[in-house]
Design a protein around this ligand. Structure first.
Ligand SMILES: [Zn+2]
Ligand SMILES: [Zn+2]
Ligand SMILES: [Zn+2]
Ligand SMILES: [Zn+2]
Ligand SMILES: [Zn+2]
Length: 486
């Protein structure tokens, strides 16, 4: 065979092999264009090499006329020959018309972005007639091409390969397969880098909302931490901007860890439609915790019913306390100071956390009491101290005689509800008037003096059947038969 072949004895073609375009050289050694040898481009050797037997050749440009010709590299001898067989020319194998499958750079866009700490590359190929419509392609690193997202789950796969022309301008070659997916609206906002928030610009906090503990993520808008956006966990495990969500804009944040193990926040780059909150440290301070030795749950009789109360003792004087009343409407064990509520219109609140479980404790709300501490009266105790009782001197109106003592014992000081006791001369005991006359039951009380020479009352073990009455009604009733001296 000859060493040199000129046109028309050779032809440079493009063959598509395994979805890649390959440079091929065909040599037609005879005068027909039916049989040929096929050479592939050997990139490392920078020459063509016969696909069948490895014979090497170069394409050389003639300096004089600019025409190209093929020159074989014969090693030892001036002649050589193919050890392979001639192939029959099949036009469909080489005359590859890829022009319909080429996408020029103005019709596609590759967007690289980092969201949730993950960097992605997405290719968008726009519709040639409507640039708002596109198909998205995901980078497939195994195959080195972009795969149509809409067609991934279907067969055949549709993909695009990124190429560069001689001038370094990028273009795409699409696979032969046709799309089974539809064009979609192009939404570049979805492919923006997340905003990275460093530790100094955010804070995890907990606070009470309607008696329930809630977790929030605060993202500050300024270094001085004056304003912040409040991210809530209410919609699931991902924190989202609370106020934007109310306006149906979903801005989510991701809590991530960098390669040094430091936590940071990655937030979707969306413009808030809400205004930031002004930061007030008190809002998120930890609630004061009260351990079990400083509180007690008691039941007090009020209007014939038992009401659950939470007693929180003063940290210094254990005889003093604040009493909170259980809120019936609340699902949680939430108690409110009635004194503060009724007299000062403030809301001093306490919750029992882990009720009846391990680590049960009380958390106090942040609003302080305006009411004063009161002396604790144990409802189960038979001892009653001042001011929970009162002795009054009475003298019968229609009989002459010495004034007699009469005892009022309050069941509720704030409501001025009391039991009326008269003094029984025979037994030297105070006896509940109502229980004795209406129910034929003897409920008694005795006055003693304590070490400070102050009066206190000791009750017998019998419980009242009667209900406590408003003090003013009791006094009115008594005044019909008695003169009241004090
Ligand atoms: Zn060969
Ligand atoms: Zn598709
Ligand atoms: Zn917002
Ligand atoms: Zn109070
Ligand atoms: Zn009674």
């Amino acid at each position: 065979m000859k060493k040199i072949y000129e046109i028309p004895y050779f032809e440079k073609v493009v063959a598509e092999r395994k979805e890649k375009l390959k440079k091929r050289l065909l040599i037609f050694p005879n005068n027909d264009k039916i049989y040929h040898f096929e050479y592939y481009w050997n990139r490392p050797l920078q020459c063509y090499q016969c696909c069948g037997c490895g014979l090497k050749a170069d394409i050389i440009k003639n300096d004089k006329n600019g025409k190209e010709y093929v020159k074989h590299k014969f090693l030892h001898k001036e002649t050589s020959k193919h050890f392979c067989k001639l192939r029959k020319y099949d036009e469909t194998k080489y005359t590859v018309d890829v022009s319909t499958r080429i996408v020029e750079s103005e019709n596609f866009k590759i967007i690289k972005y980092t969201q949730k700490g993950i960097s992605s590359s997405k290719l968008f190929i726009f519709d040639s007639t409507n640039k708002n419509l596109c198909r998205g392609y995901l980078w497939d690193s195994t195959n080195g091409y972009y795969l149509c997202i809409g067609c991934t789950s279907k067969n055949p796969r549709v993909f695009a390969r990124l190429c560069k022309n001689a001038d370094g301008i990028e273009y795409l070659i699409l696979s032969k397969n046709q799309h089974v997916c539809d064009l979609k609206e192009f939404n570049p906002d979805k492919y923006k880098n997340d905003v990275i928030i460093k530790k100094s610009m955010y804070k995890h906090v907990e606070c009470f909302v309607n008696g329930e503990k809630r977790k929030y993520l605060l993202i500050f808008t300024d270094k001085s931490q004056k304003f912040y956006y409040k991210f809530t966990y209410e919609n699931g495990y991902l924190p989202i901007c609370l106020k934007c969500n109310q306006k149906h804009l979903y801005i989510q944040a991701y809590i991530l860890t960098d390669k040094n193990g430091d936590e940071y926040i990655s937030v979707r780059d969306k413009k808030h439609v809400c205004t930031p909150f002004e930061y007030n440290e008190n809002d998120f301070e930890e609630n004061q915790i009260i351990q079990s030795e400083r509180y007690k749950i008691i039941k007090r009789n009020w209007r014939g019913k038992f009401v659950e109360k939470l007693v929180i003792f003063d940290s210094i004087d254990k005889n003093l306390c604040h009493e909170y009343t259980l809120q019936r409407t609340s699902k949680t064990k939430r108690y409110k100071c009635n004194e503060c509520h009724h007299k000062y219109s403030t809301c001093a609140i306490a919750w029992i956390i882990n009720y009846g479980k391990e680590n049960e404790h009380v958390e106090l709300g942040k609003t302080p009491h305006k009411c004063s501490l009161i002396k604790f009266e144990d409802p189960n105790s038979s001892i009653i101290n001042l001011p929970n009782f009162k002795i009054i001197k009475t003298a019968a109106k229609f009989k002459s005689g010495n004034p007699k003592d009469c005892l009022l014992i309050y069941s509720s000081l704030e409501k001025k509800l009391c039991y009326r006791y008269y003094f029984d001369l025979t037994s030297k005991l105070f006896v509940c008037h109502e229980c004795e006359y209406k129910h034929r039951k003897r409920v008694t009380a005795k006055i003693h003096k304590n070490e400070n020479n102050e009066d206190f009352v000791q009750l017998n073990e019998k419980k009242h059947i009667c209900n406590p009455q408003p003090e003013k009604d009791v006094l009115k009733k008594m005044s019909r038969f008695f003169n009241i001296h004090n």
